[in-house]
Design a protein. Structure first.
Length: 371
């Protein structure tokens, strides 16, 4: 249905950029795909694993789920290969690593897991090539960098790690080229830029490129082209938009800060970079914005904000841009929405929300071709 709507929209001569959808599709018969979702449960010290129906978005808990993590798990990352899962454990100051059994989505601890991090590891991101993993350490104001073993997913600290960031770093994102890393510093109300050494994964902080954000920035996301960066500001209930210099990674403001719902926590960019979604923890909603892909400025989508569960914190888009997933921290659940391909508007999936563990705060989605 989403593909048919997209084709109809593309055929309309009067279709505008701001109404271009957040999903995309190609010609031919799509391959059979199996989706999995992984949700960290911060109070039950587990990660829940779900099979996701690729037609409806419905969740089915995988056998053996939930799987044990460290204490107070926060951010979760699926490796770009779809073979590994990583969890930042804020309470035990380490990172759990798992191998995914691709046919069923179950998790098994990688050799040596968990791996030491700084104090209060929070956000987690990986480079597109899958060579490195980066973790923000909230209490120590640093970013830990790791090299990934492509065979078993184990982590080895990069020389020089951890690297100094701003005060209380939370969200972290890697640009699609893997050359730059952006960190939202919740305590210093700014965004740090790091340049990645492509050979070693080591980080160089570009202090002159630090930019101001709103109050208590909580999360950061980069669009698929690397042209724009978005930051959710928890304290000022706004989202900041920046244009990124694709040569240097430096950021400049793309318009003013845009109003969100109350106390935004997580931010995600739609599959094609045409929409941005923000989870608003303070008023149980999700804000949706269409992106001007020339300038990066935002226009709120009709019907936004959309109702979510209690205290939504993390937000993720499936790899095809068909569904949006939101972890409801106080609701102990995950809300699932179908994304309208022409407008980016959200419609709750049948039977949504789906139960998770206690205090879910992070979510990641992966897709693999069915054997």
């Amino acid at each position: 249905m989403a593909r048919r709507r997209l084709v109809e929209v593309l055929g309309m001569a009067m279709a505008t950029l701001l109404l271009a959808g957040c999903s995309s599709s190609g010609g031919g018969t799509p391959p059979a795909i199996r989706y999995f979702a992984y949700v960290t449960n911060s109070s039950s010290n587990t990660v829940s694993a779900f099979a996701v129906d690729r037609n409806s978005g419905a969740f089915t808990q995988i056998k053996g789920s939930p799987f044990a993590t460290g204490s107070n798990p926060r951010g979760v990352l699926v490796h770009s290969s779809g073979k590994f899962v990583y969890v930042a454990n804020a309470g035990s100051n380490n990172v759990s690593a798992y191998t995914i059994k691709s046919a069923v989505g179950t998790l098994a601890a990688s050799p040596g897991s968990p791996f030491a991090a700084g104090a209060g590891p929070w956000g987690i991101a990986g480079d597109p090539a899958g060579r490195f993993v980066y973790v923000t350490n909230y209490a120590s104001g640093t970013v830990s960098a790791y090299r990934v073993d492509p065979g078993n997913g184990s982590l080895t600290a990069v020389d020089g790690s951890p690297f100094a960031a701003g005060s209380n770093p939370t969200g972290v994102a890697v640009d699609p080229t893997g050359r730059f890393i952006y960190v939202a510093n919740n305590g210093s109300n700014n965004v740090s830029l790091f340049v990645v050494n492509p050979g070693t994964g080591a980080l160089t902080a570009i202090k002159a490129a630090v930019v101001n954000a709103g109050l208590y920035p909580a999360d950061v996301a980069v669009d698929p082209t690397g042209k724009f960066v978005y930051v959710a500001n928890n304290g000022s209930s706004t989202i900041s938009a920046y244009a990124s210099n694709t040569s240097t990674g430096a950021l400049t403001r793309a318009g003013p800060a845009y109003a969100t719902g109350l106390n935004p926590w997580g931010v995600a960019v739609g599959h094609a970079g045409k929409c941005v979604y923000v989870a608003n923890a303070g008023d149980a909603s999700v804000s949706a914005y269409a992106v001007n892909q020339s300038e990066g400025d935002l226009t709120e989508v009709g019907g936004s904000p959309f109702r979510a569960g209690s205290s939504p914190r993390a937000v993720a888009v499936d790899p095809t841009g068909t569904f949006l997933f939101v972890a409801n921290y106080s609701g102990n659940s995950v809300s699932v929405y179908a994304i309208d391909a022409s407008t980016g508007a959200l419609s709750p999936a049948a039977d949504s929300p789906f139960g998770a563990g206690t205090r879910p705060g992070g979510i990641a989605i992966t897709a693999s071709t069915v054997p």
